[in-house]
Design a protein. Structure first.
Length: 432
């Protein structure tokens, strides 16, 4: 097996770009994406996901394909021909669910077709997308075989190394997160592990096979989803008892083995999606997953719950509901990150609007056009001190919001609701 790897990274989003940049410090890398606008911005050293700083990105960028004349460097392209000379393909495309919460493997099928067109003898295809156990070998490999005409584990090989990127996290960057690896044969597993080990300073864990590696990833996010669901159920119970949930968690957290999860809106491309992959596979083999799906339903109900809590607080203060003005702070799925995918803030907004409230939203991190196109919500360009609101909801804890004098933005008897539990009780009328 050739160890002079030429690596193609397929998909240059929140996962693919940081990985491609890191690998380009040791290998010649071509980053491929079908989005030509994305390629154009990256060629100019700009990353709108804000995962890679401009200086760091430009330090590895190559103006020519490094497969042909360089030992390292990153070349970004939307042309399939530019990845034809790769020996290792790493696929990092999204794995969403459809409107019925069923796994949608279309991006994986399409990217496998793309790679299949250029696949050669002895090449390795590594998948990083979060899937249920069996997808790599049972769904993706057959596409590679069909398009390329090559035989799996004879002419070409596969690997799986689940992504562990945490969008917006500048502390736990890709090289600082231990990487699970695997291969379609024991020998290929070692090759895959060595590739990642050469750039991941946190180290690697070589799983015994691909299915184990796939399962390890999907349960990471399912575990978090279940734990957060428990916190959200506590928040609902304690609200009926007029107890501050965060006070309870602070007290309980004094025990060394208490798991410090918090209630909140569970969206994004991972925790709010991945459990459905595991539950779907379980159902296919004859097991109905009660706990996983119950947790999902509970977490998906939190947008409506937050809206109802806001309405109750307003009624208690004799604020007229219909036509009342609400300022919603935050639209991204998490703090200090521009990612708006599967944001559950939208559920809060839509529920409030059903009550007849006028909701204004502000988010300094989100792209206004993207929000408008995705959710049909026009974000405020700035917060006007002259505008007074009957309610303010902190839905996302962007650092900029803590510099605001929120009470100065309130109308008479106005209320502040803190979804994230980030504000003091002196400021917030209620915390989730």
């Amino acid at each position: 097996m050739n160890t002079n790897h030429k690596i193609a990274v397929i998909g240059l989003g929140y996962v693919g770009l940081p990985l491609a940049r890191l690998l380009a410090t040791k290998y010649p890398v071509v980053g491929f994406d079908i989005n030509k606008e994305r390629i154009a911005e990256l060629v100019n050293g700009r990353d709108t996901t804000l995962e890679i700083e401009e200086e760091l990105l430009k330090s590895v960028l190559s103006s020519t394909n490094p497969f042909r004349d360089k030992d390292t460097g990153l070349f970004c392209s939307s042309e399939t021909g530019d990845i034809a000379e790769a020996t290792v393909y790493i696929i990092t495309v999204p794995t969403p669910v459809d409107k019925h919460n069923r796994p949608d493997l279309t991006p994986l099928y399409k990217s496998s077709e793309t790679v299949g067109k250029v696949l050669k003898k002895n090449d390795i295809v590594i998948y990083e997308s979060t899937v249920y156990p069996g997808v790599t070998e049972e769904e993706c490999v057959p596409v590679l075989e069909k398009i390329s005409g090559l035989k799996f584990n004879q002419d070409f090989f596969a690997g799986y190394s689940p992504e562990r990127i945490n969008p917006g996290d500048k502390q736990h960057t890709v090289e600082k997160i231990l990487k699970v690896t695997s291969g379609s044969t024991p020998e290929i597993g070692i090759v895959v592990d060595d590739i990642y080990k050469s750039v991941i300073t946190a180290g690697t864990h070589l799983a015994p096979n691909i299915k184990v590696a796939e399962a390890s990833k999907v349960i990471e996010n399912s575990q978090r989803d279940v734990n957060i669901a428990f916190m959200n159920e506590l928040a609902k119970i304690f609200s009926l008892m007029n107890i501050d949930t965060h006070d309870v968690l602070e007290a309980a957290g004094t025990k060394w083995n208490f798991l410090k999860f918090k209630p909140g809106l569970v969206g994004g491309h991972c925790i709010g999606v991945d459990p459905f992959y595991l539950a779907q596979k379980a159902q296919e083999i004859g097991y109905y997953s009660e706990l996983i799906l119950s947790a999902r339903r509970l977490n998906d109900s939190m947008g409506a719950f937050v809206a109802s809590q806001v309405i109750k607080l307003m009624i208690q203060k004799d604020i007229s509901i219909k036509g009342a003005k609400v300022l919603n702070l935050g639209i991204t799925f998490k703090e200090n990150c521009p990612d708006i995918r599967n944001s559950k803030v939208i559920d809060v907004i839509s529920n409030l609007e059903e009550y007849g409230l006028e909701v204004h939203s502000y988010d300094p991190w989100a792209d206004h056009n993207e929000v408008l196109n995705e959710y049909n919500i026009e974000l405020l360009s700035e917060i006007s001190g002259s505008e007074k609101y009957d309610a303010i909801i902190l839905t996302v804890s962007h650092e900029e919001f803590f510099d605001f004098d929120l009470k100065s933005l309130l109308a008479d008897r106005g209320i502040i609701y803190d979804v994230k539990g980030s504000l003091s009780k002196e400021i917030a009328d209620r915390r989730l």
